[in-house]
Design a protein around this ligand. Sequence first.
Ligand code: R5P
Length: 332
Amino acid sequence: MTEREYLPLTSPDIETVYQSENLVLLSGKANPALARDIAHILRKKLDEPISIFGDGETRVKIAQNLRRNHVVIIQPTSPPVNDHIMELIFMIDAARRASADEITAVIPYFGYSRQDRKEMSRVPISSSVVAGMIEWVGADSIFTLDIHSEQQEGFVKIPWHNLYASYCLLPVIKSENLKDLVVASPDKGGVGRATAFARRLNTDFAIVYKQRDIEVNNHSKALAMIGDVEGKTVLLVDDIIDTAGTITDGSKLLKENGARRVLAAATHGLFSGDALDNITKSPIEKVFITDTINLREEVRNHPKIEVVTVAPFLAEIIARIETGTPVSELIL
Ligand code: R5P
């Protein structure tokens, strides 16, 4: 982490957290780098209890005593999604059976969150199934960052707090001093998120109209747009970059409509398939992405990509959960 990223914690009782032997941090194999950064900031040891048996089964063995402790499990359910979900489920079960007092699942990226409704006949609501498993196995609360749709918090009866990586992205975007800026949503589903950025950056707003083919995975087309981007610098804001089709398609349409420059910001970087190639060939000048997902070296080294860490933010959130301090002021 650079000095700029390594922000001081502002939780009023941070010394209590540093001293506390009650707080135990666990990480699966999904994003140990992020979990280690969080543990480092909180001055805690990180337990990484996952190993894999020869036949591919997941094994969990937690080294330390958990009786009466508050166990925080940091595990984005990123690809391979099913493996990382099972690691999370087994870690929660192990902590529950070891008599932990409280189990908090910090899931920076929630896999399956785009399968959040029955958009055609004979399909599951996969996100609801995963959330139900997390609740059933014994988590006391869930924390996510930029869940695809916030009503998913209602899939379970335990508290599910969704937070926003805009807390980390906005200062970095502001420091770029972008002139004549317009924030754009790459589809109608992202309007709430993008308007929140526009409000914070005090800019105008535009929407790209994207049509998705629900019969074909990862297939969409940017068709039209609302708003004036002529001669403007446009920041496309999205929750997820998967194949990068949405933002690169949107960037071309924005250029055709007279945008001078196009940049993009998103929370979760899956960068599957031809994503990096798509970004390279697109008019997008720069992509701001966070480290909720463990990013491959080629992503981190891509000349158009700037990684913004969420580690200090999540450390702050965990400190506040531990001390019972409100997190509402960290919601931007
Ligand atoms: C879709 O509704 C999401 O908000 C993202 O726009 C989408 O998942 C991005 O996927 P891709 O990068 O493959 O276009």
